[in-house]
Ligand binder design. Structure first.
Ligand SMILES: N[C@@H](Cc1ccccc1)C(=O)O
Length: 494
C-alpha cells in the first residue's frame, strides 16, 4: 500500500469520526470499509502522534490466514483450481499434473473428488458438475475480514494448515484535542525557501518529541578469535613465556623452510601449498655465513648428520612467500638468540599464516597459529610431554594422547590429540617435537641446548568453544556478524 492509500484511509477515518464520534474496534471498522487493517493502524498511529485522534490499543487472540490460506483467497482453493483445470471433455492425470503442479494436485484432486466435483473415468479425469462453489475460499475471506465462522469450519481449516491463532492488535479511536476533518501538515524542518520567502512566519511546525528514544548506541565487540587469543596469551604469560615479534607476513623461503632443514624439493614448497610473491619476488639480504652453514647442512650434513645430498640452490631460498607457519617466527628468534650469549628461554607467538589450500567448512587460505618454544640445556621428550600437559590442562583439556609424526625440522615429532567429550572421540589439536640438531647447530646454538616446540591453530579451539561448525562464519569475508555482536566488550544496562 502506498502513501496514496494511506491518504484515502485517513480521509475516510477522519470523516467517519466526525459523524460517529468514536470507533470501538479498528478491525471491525477496517472490514466494514474494505481497507487493509495494517494500513489503518499506520494511519491511526500517525494521527495519534499529531493529536488529531486519541487511540487506545486493543489486543485479542484471533484467527489469521497462513500463507497458503492467503494464496487460496487470491487464486481460489486448491480443489477449485484443480476443478477449473479439468476441461469438460476430460484430461489425463499427467496433463493435469503438468497444468497445476504436484503440490496443488495432491490436495486439490482429493478434495474436489470428495466434493463430487470431478471423477476419474480411466484414463481421463472428468468434471461431474458444470459449476462448483468455492466454499473454502469464502470461509477464508470471512476469517480474513474478522467475521464469525462456525467451530466446525475453524476445525477443518486449521487441520489443513490454512489458518492459525495469533495475537491480534488494533485500536479504539476517538477525536483528539487537535481533531480536524483534514490534517494540515506541520513542517518538521525550517527550509532555505521558508527563510527566503518569509513563509516560516505562517508555517506550523511539528513539536519536538523530547520523549523519543534514540537508537541504542552500538558498542564495540570482541571477535571470538580475539577472545580465545587473549586466553592463550594469558596462559603463556602465566607460564613464563615471552611473546616473539611476529610482524612479517611476507617471509623468505630461507626462514620459512631452509633454516628448518626442509629440503627444497619438499612438496609443501610447491606453489599448490604455498603462496609465493611476485613483487618483491625475492629477499636478497640473508645472513651470508649462516646461509652457507644451512647450505652445507642440506647438501652434505655435519655434526653427525649426512644431510640430504642434493644441490642446494640459493635462488630457491631467496623466494618470497606468505609465511606458511609461525615456525618461521621461531626460527628467526632462535637464530637471534644464538647470536647472543645463550640463556634458557620460553617463547610464544600467535599470529596469521597462509596456505594455498582449497577453502571448505574447516579450511581457510589464511588462519592463525599458536606456537610455543622452550630452549634449555638437556631437555627431553618427557619435558615436551610435561609442558604440553600443563599448557592444555590450563585450557581445561586434561586428556591428551600423542602419536608419532614427521616434520623435517623435529625429531622426535608428535601429533597431539585430545578427547572431545561431545564428539566422543580423539581429535587432533596440534603438532609438536624437538627441533633437530640439523636446524639448531648451523644457527650457532651450543650443542647441549635442546629446543622443544609445539604449534596449533587458533581457529580449531575457538570453533569448539563457540560451537561454530563452519570456519567461514568465524573468519573471512562472510563472517557471521551476529556472532561477533553477541560478544560486546561490555554490556549496556538496557
Ligand atoms: N609448524 C608446524 C607445527 C609445529 C610447530 C613446532 C614444532 C613442531 C610442529 C605446523 O605448521 O603444523
Amino acid at each position: 500500500m502506498g502513501a496514496a492509500d494511506k491518504d484515502v484511509v485517513e480521509e475516510i477515518l477522519l470523516g467517519d469520526l466526525n459523524e460517529v464520534g468514536e470507533i470501538a474496534d479498528s478491525g471491525e471498522w477496517a472490514s466494514r470499509h474494505s481497507v487493509d487493517h495494517g494500513v489503518l493502524c499506520d494511519v491511526i498511529k500517525s494521527l495519534s502522534g499529531f493529536e488529531l485522534v486519541d487511540s487506545k490499543e486493543l489486543s485479542r487472540e484471533s484467527w489469521f490466514l497462513e500463507r497458503e490460506g492467503e494464496e487460496y483467497v487470491e487464486n481460489g482453493s486448491a480443489e477449485m483450481q484443480v476443478f477449473l483445470a479439468v476441461p469438460p471433455e476430460g484430461i489425463t492425470l499427467p496433463d493435469l499434473k503438468a497444468k497445476v503442479g504436484d503440490k496443488l494436485l495432491n490436495v486439490g484432486q482429493k478434495n474436489a473428488m470428495k466434493n463430487g466435483w470431478i471423477v476419474m473415468q480411466k484414463p481421463l479425469m472428468k468434471r461431474k458438475v458444470a459449476e462448483a462453489e468455492d466454499i473454502v475460499r469464502s470461509q477464508l475471506v470471512s476469517i480474513k475480514d474478522g467475521q464469525e465462522v462456525s467451530p466446525d469450519v475453524i476445525k477443518d481449516l486449521k487441520k489443513r494448515n490454512l489458518i492459525a491463532r495469533k495475537l491480534w492488535k488494533g485500536y479504539e479511536v476517538c477525536k483528539g484535542p487537535k481533531y480536524a476533518l483534514k490534517r494540515s501538515k506541520p513542517a518538521t524542518d525550517v527550509t532555505r525557501e521558508m527563510l527566503q520567502t518569509g513563509a516560516w512566519k505562517e508555517q506550523e511546525f511539528k513539536a519536538y518529541n523530547f520523549e523519543a528514544l534514540g537508537f541504542p548506541i552500538s558498542g564495540g565487540y570482541l571477535h571470538p578469535l580475539l577472545k580465545v587469543r587473549a586466553q592463550f596469551r594469558k596462559i603463556f604469560l602465566n607460564m613464563g613465556f615471552e611473546e616473539m615479534p611476529t610482524n612479517n607476513f611476507v617471509e623468505s623461503s630461507f626462514w620459512n623452510f631452509d633454516v628448518l632443514f626442509q629440503p627444497q624439493q619438499h612438496p609443501a614448497r610447491d606453489s599448490h601449498d604455498t603462496f609465493f610473491l611476485k613483487t618483491p619476488a625475492t629477499t636478497v639480504e640473508l645472513p651470508e655465513d649462516y646461509l652457507q652453514r644451512v647450505k652445507t647442512m642440506h647438501e652434505v650434513g655435519g655434526h653427525g648428520s649426512i644431510g640430504y645430498g642434493y644441490d642446494w640452490k640459493r635462488e630457491e631460498a631467496e623466494k618470497n612467500l606468505l609465511r606458511t607457519h609461525t615456525t618461521a617466527v621461531s626460527s628467526r628468534m632462535l637464530y637471534k638468540l644464538a647470536q647472543e650469549k645463550f640463556v634458557p628461554k620460553r617463547y610464544y607467538s600467535i599470529d596469521r599464516v597462509f596456505r594455498n589450500e582449497a577453502v571448505d567448512r574447516t579450511h581457510l587460505a589464511e588462519f592463525h597459529q599458536i606456537e610455543g618454544v622452550v630452549c634449555d640445556r638437556g631437555l627431553t621428550l618427557g619435558d615436551l610431554i610435561g609442558v604440553l600437559n600443563e599448557f592444555f590442562g590450563r585450557l581445561g583439556i586434561k586428556k591428551l594422547r600423542f602419536k608419532p609424526a614427521y616434520n623435517p625440522y623435529t625429531e622426535p615429532s608428535m601429533e597431539i590429540f585430545s578427547y572431545h567429550e561431545q564428539l566422543k572421540k580423539w581429535v587432533e589439536i596440534g603438532n609438536s617435537g624437538m627441533f633437530r640438531p640439523e636446524m639448531l647447530l648451523p644457527m650457532g646454538l651450543p650443542p647441549d641446548v635442546n629446543v622443544i616446540a609445539w604449534g596449533l591453530s587458533l581457529e580449531r579451539p575457538t570453533m569448539i568453544l563457540y560451537n561454530i561448525d563452519n570456519i567461514r562464519d568465524l573468519f573471512g569475508h562472510k563472517v557471521d556478524l551476529e556472532k561477533v555482536k553477541s560478544n560486546p566488550i561490555c554490556r549496556l544496562g538496557i
